[in-house]
Design a protein around this ligand. Structure first.
Ligand code: NAD
Length: 481
């Protein structure tokens, strides 16, 4: 069976333990490759290599760093199909989605920061003619980058690219549930001739090798995307060591639909924001609030469209909903459907596994699910499910829906549908989320600040915010007279 390798100091190597973890194909429910079960010994090797490489990478001209990033971007583009197939197989997502979203975005991340670093400038503050202050933006050191399984290469590269562009070296750990494209990225970096030790990729469990990276004294900054509980654990280790932290965590995003919206556009986009990637996107709008005058119409249309979504094998071009990422995740999602029923909800469609026949009969398929009749503050409406499950609720007044929308511990993203620009602006001002989409969803501009408030995270990724994170500002004051 194919064994993935760690990428340490420019080489593809086995883990110190010589132990491996099973890697599942969720579309078939079978083990199809083996992942290094790395531990603190592998983390130590990777951090030592990154520390050594930092001595030269941090002072390598940004034009040269840029060229490496652009080379990696073009190699990802050249291997787009191969990477998309690998992502789909590893994660269960429809191949079409990996081909049009995940992999192009991974290439775009390297391209964006490969060019972005060339435009990154620092401030200067003059004190009339007596003194001048200027800010140096210097790379911090070895960055620990840890990412989740839902958008594997997309989110992995979203951290690595700005870190490398800024002049940091990196020890990165992809999710042990979806490690394949990170492994393929290490092969790409070898092909691109990236100097040894600049990027190191170690595979394995979060509590083992992930924890070893987070707690290591020579890793002064951690960029983490994943669950809120894991983020809290990482913060508890990193904060007393005064590490710089960027935490992109869970969400329970509201989708607010006013009666004066462009109905057809709203409905088409709400299908996406509810069920894209099997609902496993941190930005999915899993709580849908609909103004009462259009509630019944919306309910009928939304349920009818959802029932037509084809659940099937990820590589099948007709498939709209692939497999969820693992058996345990499928069970977690189903347990929330049971909870919704116990809390008084009515399942309008879905709510059960789907049997995809033949070689896929043991895969982890779920029917897209809509629940109504729940209170805004019940557990189903407060906790992150992270699957193809949404709730729908009517509202009468704007103040009422604002209370519902802002009621969770999370504050990642929100979506608002209305043709009234004044109302849209007022609602956006009052939503407690880091991102507000008006009449759209997941319309990304990589220059914008990305991140959440409350339990959805600390700090922002994207644009120059990420370059600010991976560099330390140093003020230099010169007296002129
Ligand atoms: P997770 O927290 O279980 O794991 C994320 C990563 O952290 C994995 O690589 C894992 O191995 C590692 N990890 C686990 N324990 C660790 C520890 N003690 N020390 C160091 N590393 C550790 O999350 P997941 O299940 O992979 O991903 C789903 C979650 O990610 C959801 O909550 C989702 O909302 C969130 N997410 C957030 C964003 C965002 O931008 N805010 C984007 C995508 C996903």
């Amino acid at each position: 069976m194919f064994k993935l390798k760690n990428y340490i100091n420019g080489e593809l190597v086995e883990p110190a333990s010589q132990q491996y973890i099973d890697n599942y194909d969720p579309s078939r429910g079978v083990v199809y490759s083996l992942i290094p079960d790395s531990d603190e010994r592998d983390a130590e090797l990777a951090i030592t290599a990154a520390k050594e490489a930092f001595k030269t990478w941090s002072i390598t001209p940004k034009d040269t760093r840029s060229k490496y990033l652009l080379k990696i971007a073009s190699l990802i583009e050249e291997q787009l199909h191969e990477l998309a197939v690998a992502e789909s197989l590893d994660n269960g997502k429809p191949l079409h989605l990996a081909e049009t979203v995940d992999i192009p975005r991974a290439a775009a991340n390297f391209h964006f920061y490969g060019t972005g670093i060339l435009h990154y400038a620092a401030q200067a503050h003059s004190v009339e003619d007596t003194a001048i202050n200027y800010t140096l933006r210097q790379p911090v050191g070895v960055a620990g980058c840890i990412s989740p399984w839902n958008l594997p290469l997309y989110l992995f590269s979203w951290k690595i690219a700005p870190a490398l562009a800024a002049g940091c070296t990196v020890v990165a750990k992809p999710s042990e549930i979806t490690p394949m494209t990170a492994y393929l990225l290490s092969e790409i970096c070898v092909k691109a001739g990236l100097p040894k030790g600049v990027l190191n990729i170690v595979h394995g469990f979060g509590h083992k090798v992930g924890n070893a990276i987070v707690s290591h004294k020579d890793v002064p900054l951690i960029s983490f995307t994943g669950g809120t509980k894991t983020g809290a654990n990482i913060a508890s280790i990193a904060a007393p060591m005064f590490k710089k932290l960027s935490l992109e965590l869970g969400g329970k995003n509201p989708n607010i639909i006013f009666a004066d919206c462009d109905y057809d556009k709203m409905l088409a986009t709400t299908m996406q924001s509810s069920f894209a990637n099997q609902g496993q996107i941190c930005l999915c709008g899993s709580r849908i609030f609909i103004e009462r005058s259009i509630y019944e119409k919306f309910k009928t249309d939304f349920v009818a469209k959802t029932q037509k979504l084809i659940v099937g094998a990820p590589m099948d071009s007709k498939t709209k909903i692939g497999a969820v990422v693992s058996k345990s995740h499928m069970e977690k999602i189903l347990s929330y459907v049971e909870l919704a029923k116990q809390e008084g909800g009515t399942v309008l469609c879905g709510g059960e596994p789907v049997n995809v026949s033949g070689e896929f009969e043991n895969g982890y398929y779920l029917a897209p699910t809509i629940v109504e009749g729940l209170a805004f503050d019940c557990r189903t409406n407060q906790e992150e499910i992270f699957g193809p499950v949404v709730t729908i609720m009517p509202f009468d007044k704007e103040e009422e829906v604002m209370q519902y929308a802002n009621s969770t511990q999370y504050g990642l993203a929100s979506t608002v549908w209305t043709q009234d620009i004044t109302k849209a602006n007022r609602v956006a001002m009052n939503l407690h989320t880091g991102i507000v989409w008006i009449n759209c969803w997941l319309l990304r501009d990589l220059r914008t600040p990305f991140g959440g408030v409350k339990s959805s995270g600390v700090g922002r990724e994207g644009g120059f915010e990420a370059l600010d994170f991976f560099t330390e500002p140093k003020n230099v004051c010169i007296k002129l007279k």
